[in-house]
Ligand binder design. Structure first.
Ligand code: GLN
Length: 479
């Protein structure tokens, strides 16, 4: 190994690889060293060391033999959240109930990465079935923030964010049902992106709440995210909710445009928003105005309904999606149950963790005959109102801007006893999943030397990722 420094963005790295300044094997070895040296952070459930090295050697050879055949993601090293199916590898959604389960196929997103010559370095930790905001709900134990191991990294794709933060891979794939890519990205100082609903096929993504779930992308550079999106987005015959609109060239940005940006007044005035978040947000807003963009405060009356509606609908969908884990078909089965009924109840009782059980019960309750109209149906109606109000704002503006989180990453264990408090902290991220718009969280520079990270979140119009990335490209230096 030469020890040559790996550039922070894939564009720069690819240039080095194509010019022969660094081999893909060297790149993979360096990432593996970092991944292995950070086992105390509990990021990787499994590192695919030999496989990744063998694939790197194969790609180095391919480049030598026929440079023209190199894929668009040649030598891009990716970590994958433990909710994405990777053929012949275990996948457990951070749960005991999927112990021993191996995937027989690739998720469409994984397939498309591999087809473009990316390398999967390992499977990373997450909250069980992607339910959580801290990565503490995993069967494998919590993941720690790479900048300060006393702090949570965020969740549920917390380990995806840390894998990028510590430099053990270039990109990570996570999943985002209510902020699980954007919030940990924000707490770890990296960029996290959730596409429009349907932009990336969900085939091979273990379901939490199907009308909210999207695969998301984390990286240190928005350029990498735009490029990876180009390669994995688009129609898929295996997912009927995937868009029919072909993928676009998201990394070829429009330049020199002034945009119209709305920010939600109620979000900035929200009592849970920390002073430093408010200050950083308003600094960014001013820099955008100075750069010639039009930035206006708008009112959004339904802000306080977002979290309740999100948790009613996602738990309802989860209780149905998770009914398939019965001890018979997949993974874990309880030892010596007396009869078939006990087999179901014992396997589920032993296999699911606390938070997942809480959500299954909540979901079953809101769907039950006596309460369906009062909770589930009502929440569906409010979701429609939320969508309408947001679409009306986006008829007048290109983007909606909000803080990503209410404060900074908190201490491990601090919020575990109060699930409702934890749910409320998702107030700014669940919106984009309720409405289906694309949203990206980019780090905001802090003005002193603390290890804390903060992010700002930009929501775009549905299926207009290209405009969103063009704006980020245009304004990132102001963040
Ligand atoms: N924190 C949210 C939840 O617990 C979001 C999770 C997610 O996006 N997967 O549901």
């Amino acid at each position: 190994m030469t020890g040559k420094k790996i550039p922070v963005s894939y564009q720069l790295l690819k240039k080095e690889i194509l010019e022969g300044n660094i081999s893909i094997e060297e790149v993979v070895s360096q990432y593996l060293d970092i991944a292995e040296a950070s086992s105390h952070l509990n990021v990787y459930i499994e590192i695919y060391k030999e496989e990744a090295l063998a694939r790197a050697r194969e790609l180095d050879q391919k480049l030598k033999d026929n440079p023209a055949s190199a894929g668009r993601l040649l030598g891009l090293v990716v970590s994958v959240k433990d909710v994405l199916c990777y053929k012949s590898h275990p996948v457990t959604a951070g749960s005991k109930i999927l112990q021993g389960f191996n995937s027989a196929f690739n998720a469409t997103a994984i397939n498309r990465l591999i087809e473009e010559d990316a390398i999967i370095i390992g499977r990373v930790n997450c909250d069980e079935f992607a339910m959580g905001s801290t990565n503490e709900n995993s069967y494998y134990g919590p993941t720690m923030n790479g900048d300060n191991p006393d702090l949570i990294p965020g969740g549920s794709s917390g380990a995806s964010a840390v894998s990028v933060q510590i430099g053990s891979c270039m990109v990570s794939l996570g999943s985002d049902t209510g902020g699980s890519v954007r919030q940990p990205a924000s707490f770890c100082g990296v960029t996290g992106f959730k596409p429009s609903y349907g932009r990336i096929s969900r085939y091979g993504l273990i379901a939490y709440a199907s009308s909210f779930d999207q695969i998301g992308i984390l990286s240190r550079s928005y350029d990498d995210i735009a490029l990876v999106l180009e390669c994995i987005a688009g129609p898929d015959e295996y997912d009927s909710t995937a868009t029919m609109i072909p993928s676009d060239l998201y990394s070829e940005y429009d330049t020199g445009k002034a945009y119209r940006i709305a920010y939600i007044k109620e979000a900035i005035d929200h009592p849970s928003l920390s002073e430093i978040n408010r200050r950083l947000f308003s600094g960014f807003k001013e820099r955008l105005t100075d750069a010639g963009h039009k930035v206006d405060a708008v009112s959004f009356s339904l802000l306080d309904y977002l979290v309740p509606v999100y948790y009613i609908l996602t738990t309802a969908e989860a209780s149905s999606n998770l009914s398939r884990y019965d001890g018979v078909r997949y993974g874990y089965r309880s030892d010596k149950p007396a009869d078939i009924h006990t087999l179901y109840t014992q396997s589920r009782g032993e296999g699911f963790g606390m938070e997942v059980k809480r959500r299954i019960m909540l979901g079953a309750f809101v769907l039950s005959a006596g309460y369906y109209d009062a909770y589930y149906k009502k929440a569906q109606s409010v979701r429609n109102l939320i969508k309408k109000e947001i679409e009306q704002i986006l008829d007048r503006y290109d983007f909606i801007m909000m803080p990503c989180t209410t404060g900074k990453a908190w201490k491990l264990g601090e919020m575990m006893k109060d699930p409702v408090e934890m749910y409320l902290s998702d107030v700014f991220t669940v919106l984009a999943n309720l409405t289906g718009q694309p949203a990206i969280s980019i780090p905001l520079k802090v003005d002193n030397d603390t290890p804390d990270h903060y992010g700002v979140q930009i929501l775009g119009k549905s299926m207009q990722e290209k405009t969103l990335f063009s704006f980020i490209n245009n304004s990132i230096k102001l963040a």
